[in-house]
Design a protein around this ligand. Structure first.
Ligand SMILES: [Zn+2]
Ligand SMILES: [Zn+2]
Length: 179
């Protein structure tokens, strides 16, 4: 065990700390993708790997706090594996509403990735994409993000209200934990 960020213990990495690639062989010492020695801290200029499930990016030491043990620091692949026991939400349910790269919500649909990211992080990035800005679900997510789900919206429209209710119940359903 090596001491890592904030004095925590660092678990032996399963992947390159800089790019998150898993070594081709267990005895490999150099990352085949970025050339860094396995276990070495990332360079300051590197784009660090993010978790596709909770969207967190590793810290400067190339690791995240373990979900199972808060005194332990783990690499990205170990972190992703921990989601088996510590799921972000009910992704099985969410996948059942998926149609290709879209998700069906009530009488609307929206890009699946945008909706899932919103359910996990509470943030929606419609950016300058006009189609996204005019999507009822995306509008509802942005409104809830800005004002919460209970505040009356100025110039409110029945369709927005309905879409907000659909998004709010989806959020509750996604994070519902079966006892
Ligand atoms: Zn690498
Ligand atoms: Zn994660």
């Amino acid at each position: 065990m090596i001491l890592s960020l904030r004095g925590r213990q660092a678990a032996p990495p399963r992947s390159c700390l800089q790019c998150g690639t898993e070594p081709a062989r267990p005895d490999a010492t150099i990352c085949r993708r970025c050339g860094l020695r396995i276990g070495d801290p990332p360079s300051a200029s590197a784009t660090l790997p993010s978790c596709p499930l909770c969207y967190k990016t590793v810290d400067d030491d190339g690791r995240l706090d373990s979900l199972a043990n808060s005194s332990l620091r783990v690499d990205i692949l170990s972190h992703i594996a921990e989601h088996d026991r510590f799921p972000v939400g009910d992704d099985e349910f969410l996948e059942s509403m998926r149609r290709g790269d879209r998700i069906r919500i009530g009488r609307w649909d929206a890009p699946f990735d945008v909706v899932r990211r919103y359910l996990v992080t509470g943030a929606v990035e419609a950016g300058r994409n006009r189609a996204m800005q005019h999507n009822a679900v995306v509008t509802a997510m942005a409104q809830i993000g800005r004002w919460g789900s209970d505040t009356p919206v100025i110039g409110d429209q029945p369709e927005w209200r309905e879409a907000r209710a659909a998004v709010t119940s989806l959020m509750e359903r996604y994070h519902f934990r079966r006892a």
